[in-house]
Design a protein around this ligand. Structure first.
Ligand SMILES: NC(=O)C1=CN([C@@H]2O[C@H](COP(=O)(O)OP(=O)(O)OC[C@H]3O[C@@H](n4cnc5c(N)ncnc54)[C@H](OP(=O)(O)O)[C@@H]3O)[C@@H](O)[C@H]2O)[C@@H](O)CC1
Ligand SMILES: [K+]
Length: 241
């Protein structure tokens, strides 16, 4: 069956409607569920075991994709993993992001900033995977610094250190897919609510694809032109392929 997708423009509209006056979700609620979904995908792909490495590097960007990463890190800590967060460009638009960072400190999760040696965690003998929560559906190429250099380093390590991308593989055009051969290739993609068109460009032999962000009823999905996804029980993610 063809993959159900919606464009970046429609995704932004859907997001706005969910948080609009009629539906009334808050960003905080949706982000909690989105971050929990990503953590659940990590746990499914790399199950926690006391006898193996459990360090996860979460790279958080300046927008809501980054916020999903901050929430994901907290849930990973709760699940026994040892997340380390690199958050080089902190947003001050709302106090909420600072609260998410406080919560990570409460869980004793290190949060590195610009100038810290984050690249030491790109060591596959110590780190299980990297969560790419840099940019989501509002990304507009080309990538600006410091994120271009970060992506370059991830490209060099991705064959040994798998990348789990949140919603969009960072650097890919949301509607067109990888802009050039220099783009990162995630091992796992977790599309939120519904995949965006770039997800049709993944090679399913190298990227496992999940959908998560389980927060809409059937009629709302149909209004946006896609069939709801058949999640099981209370699962927050569904593996598509
Ligand atoms: N309903 C759902 O599914 C929900 C989805 N959620 C999540 O929200 C995500 C969308 O979040 P979003 O709209 O905040 O945008 P996002 O993609 O994080 O990036 C914006 C930031 O990136 C920056 N930036 C852009 N281009 C750049 C460039 N070339 N180079 C450098 N910087 C660049 C831009 O900076 P600016 O251009 O404003 O200066 C701004 O700071 C979505 O994918 C999903 O993960 C959940 O949290 C909630 C429910
Ligand atoms: K991403």
């Amino acid at each position: 069956m063809a993959l159900r997708t919606i464009s970046s423009q429609l995704a932004a509209q859907l997001d706005k409607e969910l948080m609009g006056p009629e539906v009334g979700f808050t960003l905080e609620q949706l982000m909690e569920l989105a971050g929990l979904s990503v953590a659940q995908a990590v746990v499914k792909e790399f199950p926690y075991s006391e006898s193996r490495k459990s360090q996860v590097l979460v790279i958080a960007g300046p927008g809501n994709n980054g916020g999903d990463g901050l929430v994901c890190a907290r849930h990973l800590a709760l699940s026994g993993f040892q997340p380390v967060v690199y958050y080089p460009k902190r947003t001050t638009k709302t106090p909420f992001y600072a609260q998410l960072v406080n919560q990570l400190e409460f869980f004793k999760v290190p949060v590195l900033g610009a100038g810290d040696n984050w690249a030491q965690y790109l060591d596959h003998t110590k780190t299980l995977c990297v969560v790419d929560a840099i940019f989501g559906f509002s990304f507009k190429p080309p990538v600006r610094e410091p994120f271009g250099s970060i992506l370059e380093q991830l490209r060099h390590t991705q064959h040994e250190l798998p990348i789990v991308s949140v919603d969009i593989p960072t650097g890919w055009d949301v509607d067109e897919g990888p802009a050039d051969s220099d783009c990162i290739i995630p091992s796992v993609l977790v599309s939120l609510t519904v995949p965006k068109p770039c997800a049709t460009k993944i090679d399913t032999r190298e990227t496992h694809h999940y959908v998560g962000g389980r927060f809409i009823p059937r009629d709302f999905a149909l209004k946006y032109g896609f069939e709801p996804f058949p999640y099981e029980n209370l699962d927050q993610v569904l593996r598509l392929h």
